[in-house]
Write a protein that binds this ligand. Structure first.
Ligand code: ADP
Ligand code: MG
Length: 695
C-alpha cells in the first residue's frame, strides 16, 4: 500500500509522470528534448501541452493560471487570469492556448528594473521555463517563467541563473571530455537550509516594526536569551509541531522534497531543509517554501518571520546554500576510489577554490542586503570575509600537492598517477566548522553567507559563472595535451592553481579577531556593510566576466546594481520612518502618561507629608528619557531626510550607513533604556520576554 506521503507528493504538480500519462507519445518526447537541451518550443507542441495542462488543472479544481516569476525584488510575482472565455450564446468555456503557456505580458511597470526599462522598452514579457514544472497553488495553475524585456534584457533573477547553468554545463563538459566522459547534462544541485522564526500572530500585529519592517527596531534585552542552548534541536512545541506537519503536507503536494525540520539556536527559531534538487528548481522550491511558511503559520495563530535579524540579542536567520555539481546525476564533488576519478575530483575541487578566491567580491556582493548586514560578522553567522573550509584531511592533501610531498595519512596512499587516494578522507569529513562562510562538507560545498530572506539565484549565478570560468581555463590549458601526459599535466595545473589561491583556505575559527588580522595580511577583503560590498558588481573586470559567459550584459549588471542599491536605501528609509512614527506616536505618549501618573503619586504623597524618594527619582529619569527620545527622534528625522533626498544610489547608501544607522541606534538605545523602567502594563508593545517565550 502507498503511504499517505507518497500519495501526496507532487499531487499538485504537472510533473513528468503526469505529462507522460496525458500527452501523446511524440509530444512528450519532443517536450523532453526541449527540457533537456533547452531548445525553443514549437507552437503546435505548446498548444498540445497547454491543452493537457489545462484539463489536468481543471480536474484539480483550478480556475485561473498565472505566469510565476521572480522580479528583482527577489520575491515571486503573479497575476491571475481565469481560463474563462465567454461565448456568444451566453455560455462560457475554459480555454488555455499554447501561446498563453509560453509567453505572458504582465503589466510590470512597477517592478524595479534598475533603469533598464526606461532605457529600452517600457514593457516586459514572461517566458515559460519548462525545466521547472507547473503546479497548482490556491486554485491557480502556476507556470514558472523568466521575465525579460522586449529587447531581451533579463528583468528577473531566474534568467541569469539559467544562463549561468548553461555556461557551467558547457565548460564542465569540456573538462569531462578530457577524462573521457561525455554526459548529456552537467548541472548544479542545491539544497537550501531555511531558517525562520515563529511568534504569536497577536504579538506580531501589536508591533508596527514587525508589521512594516519584518524586524524589531526597539526592545530591551530579554531576561533570558539563548545562553542555555536549550532550544537547539529541543523538543518542538505542540503549536509549532502542528504548523510543521501542515507545512510538510503542503510542500509535498507541490513536489517540494521537505526533509528535515528542527529547532534552531535562538528561542522561536526553526529550520527546514529539503532534499537537494536541480539548481533552478531548488531555488523555485525554496521560494515556494518561504511563501507557504507564511501562509501556513497564519492557520495556527502564528507569524513566520523570515527577516535576517528579527530580534537583537539572539541569533538571526540565514540560508545555507548547499551546492554541488552533477553529471547526469553523478556528483562531481564526491571523491571516489580510483585514482582517475580522484584526479577528476581534484580538478573540480581546485576550480571551485580558485573560483571563490577570484570572485570573493561578487559572492560577498550577492549576499549584501540591509537585513544581512546585521548577521555577517556578528559572531553568529560567518564573517564578512569570504574564505573556504576544507577540513584537516583534505587540507593535508592540498598541502602535500602544493609542497610536492607525498601524502601519508591513515588509510591513504599515493598510487599510480601520483594522485592521493581520497575516498576515506572526505567521506569522514564530519568536522563541521560552523564559522566558515564556504565549507566543504564531504561531497558538496555549503555557502553560508546567504540571508534567510534572500532569493538564492544571485549567489548561485555568481558561483556557477565563477566555476565555469575556471573549468574553461583548465580545459583551454589542457586540451592540447596528449592523453598519456594528461594526468601529469593536470596535476601540475592543480598545483599551480592551488599555490595561487591557497590564501582563501582557512580552517580556523572565523569568529576570532585574529582571523580578521590574518585575512588582511592575506589580502582578503572584509566588506562589512552592503554599501561597501555592492559596488563590486560594477567593477569593469566583473562586468567583463559576466559578459564573457553570456550571463549578464553590461546594462543588465548596472541595472542590478542600481536596483540593489536603491533597495537598500529604501529599506533603511522605511525603518527610519517606522522608528520616528513609533517614537512619537507610541512610545512618547506612553512615557508622558506614565511619568505624569508617577509624578501625581509623588505629589499626593507629599500632601500627606511622605517623601517618595525613589518615585521622584523615577519621574526625573523618565522625563530625561522623554527629552532624549524627542531629541534623538528629531536628529534621526533630519538625517533621514537628508539621505533620502540624495539622487545618486551610491552616495545615498553611504549616507544611510554612515549617518542614518548611528542615529537609529541612538534612538533605539534611548527607548530601550525606558522600557526597563516602565510598568509592563503601560509599555505599549509586547516585550522580547513575551514574544520570544510564549507557550
Ligand atoms: P547540516 O549538517 O549542514 O545541517 P543537513 O544534512 O541537514 O546538513 O543538510 C544538508 C543539505 O545539503 C540538505 O538540504 C541536503 O539535501 C543538501 N545536500 C546533500 N547533498 C547535496 C548535493 N550533492 N548537492 C547539493 N546539496 C546537497
Ligand atoms: Mg548546514
Amino acid at each position: 500500500m502507498q503511504s499517505k506521503v507518497s500519495e501526496l507528493f507532487g499531487s499538485l504538480v504537472f510533473n513528468e509522470a503526469v505529462m507522460e500519462e496525458r500527452l501523446p507519445r511524440p509530444t512528450f518526447k519532443e517536450l523532453r528534448r526541449v527540457m533537456d537541451d533547452g531548445e525553443p518550443l514549437d507552437l503546435d507542441i505548446a498548444n498540445e501541452v497547454a491543452h493537457a495542462m489545462k484539463e489536468w488543472a481543471l480536474e484539480q479544481g483550478a480556475t485561473h493560471y498565472t505566469h510565476w516569476f521572480q522580479p528583482l525584488t527577489g520575491i515571486t510575482s503573479e497575476k491571475h487570469d481565469s481560463f474563462l472565455t465567454p461565448k456568444d450564446d451566453g455560455r462560457a468555456i475554459m480555454t488555455f492556448s499554447g501561446k498563453e503557456l509560453i509567453q505572458g505580458e504582465p503589466d510590470a511597470s512597477s517592478f524595479p528594473s534598475g533603469g533598464l526599462r526606461a532605457t529600452f522598452e517600457a514593457r516586459g514579457y514572461t517566458a515559460w521555463d519548462p525545466t521547472s514544472p507547473a503546479f497548482i497553488k490556491d486554485e491557480v495553475l502556476c507556470i514558472p517563467t523568466a521575465f525579460i524585456s522586449y529587447t531581451g534584457e533579463a528583468l528577473d533573477k531566474k534568467t541569469p541563473l539559467l544562463r549561468s547553468m548553461v555556461a557551467l554545463d558547457t565548460q564542465a563538459k569540456r573538462v569531462l571530455a578530457l577524462f573521457g566522459r561525455h554526459p548529456r547534462l552537467v548541472t548544479t544541485t542545491i539544497g537550501p537550509e531555511q531558517e525562520y522564526f515563529l511568534i504569536k500572530e497577536s504579538d506580531f500585529q501589536a508591533r508596527p516594526d514587525l508589521v512594516l519592517c519584518g524586524r524589531t527596531l526597539f526592545g530591551c534585552v530579554p531576561a533570558k536569551g539563548q545562553e542555555l542552548d536549550e532550544h537547539y534541536f529541543g523538543a518542538i512545541r505542540p503549536t509549532v509541531n502542528e504548523f510543521m506537519k501542515e507545512l510538510d503536507d503542503e510542500l509535498w503536494k507541490l513536489g517540494v522534497p521537505a526533509k528535515t525540520k528542527h529547532n534552531e539556536v535562538a528561542p522561536c527559531q526553526h529550520e527546514l531543509a529539503p532534499v537537494f534538487e536541480y539548481g533552478s528548481v531548488g531555488v523555485d522550491h525554496n521560494l515556494l517554501t518561504m511563501e507557504k511558511m507564511k501562509l501556513v503559520a497564519s492557520h495556527h495563530g502564528l507569524s513566520c518571520l523570515q527577516h535576517e535579524k528579527p530580534f537583537e540579542y539572539v541569533n538571526g536567520s540565514g540560508k545555507h546554500d548547499n551546492w554541488s555539481l552533477a553529471a547526469d546525476g553523478r556528483n562531481l564533488l564526491d571523491p571516489s576510489k580510483t585514482p582517475e576519478e580522484n584526479l577528476q575530483f581534484l580538478v573540480f575541487l581546485t576550480c571551485v577554490i580558485a573560483a571563490v578566491d577570484n570572485h570573493a567580491d561578487l559572492l560577498r556582493a550577492s549576499v549584501a542586503t540591509a537585513g544581512n548586514d546585521h548577521r555577517l560578522g556578528a559572531n553568529e553567522a560567518p564573517p564578512a570575509i569570504v574564505s573556504i573550509f576544507l577540513g584537516d584531511d583534505l587540507d593535508a592533501v592540498i598541502h602535500s600537492i602544493v609542497e610536492g610531498t607525498d601524502f601519508h595519512s591513515t588509510g591513504t596512499e599515493t598510487v599510480d598517477l601520483g594522485v592521493p587516494m581520497l575516498a576515506d578522507i572526505t567521506r569522514d569529513n564530519t568536522d563541521r566548522n560552523r564559522t566558515s562562510p564556504f565549507a566543504f562538507t564531504g561531497n558538496k560545498f555549503e555557502f553560508r553567507m546567504c540571508g534567510s530572506r534572500q532569493n538564492l539565484s544571485d549567489s548561485n549565478t555568481v558561483l556557477n559563472t565563477a566555476v565555469a570560468e575556471e573549468l574553461d581555463r583548465f580545459a583551454t590549458d589542457l586540451e592540447g595535451e596528449r592523453a598519456k601526459d594528461f594526468p601529469k599535466a593536470a596535476l601540475a595545473w592543480i598545483k599551480e592553481t592551488l599555490i595561487a589561491h591557497q590564501r582563501i583556505i582557512f580552517n580556523g575559527n572565523g569568529y576570532g579577531a585574529e582571523w580578521e588580522a590574518e585575512a588582511e595580511r592575506r589580502g582578503l577583503a572584509n566588506l562589512r556593510t552592503t554599501p561597501e560590498a555592492l559596488p563590486a558588481l560594477i567593477e569593469p573586470a566583473n562586468i567583463a566576466f559576466f559578459e564573457k559567459y553570456g550571463v549578464l550584459t553590461e546594462p543588465e549588471v548596472h541595472a542590478r546594481y542600481v536596483a540593489n542599491a536603491e533597495q537598500y536605501a529604501k529599506l533603511l528609509n522605511i525603518e527610519a520612518e517606522t522608528m520616528i512614527y513609533m517614537a512619537r506616536q507610541i512610545y512618547l505618549p506612553a512615557l508622558i502618561q506614565y511619568s505624569a501618573s508617577v509624578a501625581a503619586s509623588v505629589a499626593t504623597k507629599a500632601d500627606i507629608g511622605i517623601t517618595a524618594r525613589s518615585e521622584k527619582e523615577l519621574v526625573r529619569t523618565l522625563t530625561q528619557g522623554i527629552d532624549d527620545i524627542s531629541a534623538r527622534t528629531d536628529e534621526l528625522e533630519e538625517r533621514n531626510d537628508a539621505a533620502h533626498a540624495l539622487d545618486d544610489p551610491r552616495a545615498q547608501d553611504e549616507a544611510y550607513v554612515s549617518d542614518v544607522v548611528p542615529a537609529m541606534d541612538a534612538l533605539r538605545a534611548a527607548v530601550d533604556a525606558m522600557e526597563l523602567l516602565c510598568s509592563r502594563d503601560v509599555w505599549p508593545v509586547p516585550s522580547y520576554n513575551e514574544m520570544l517565550f510564549y507557550v
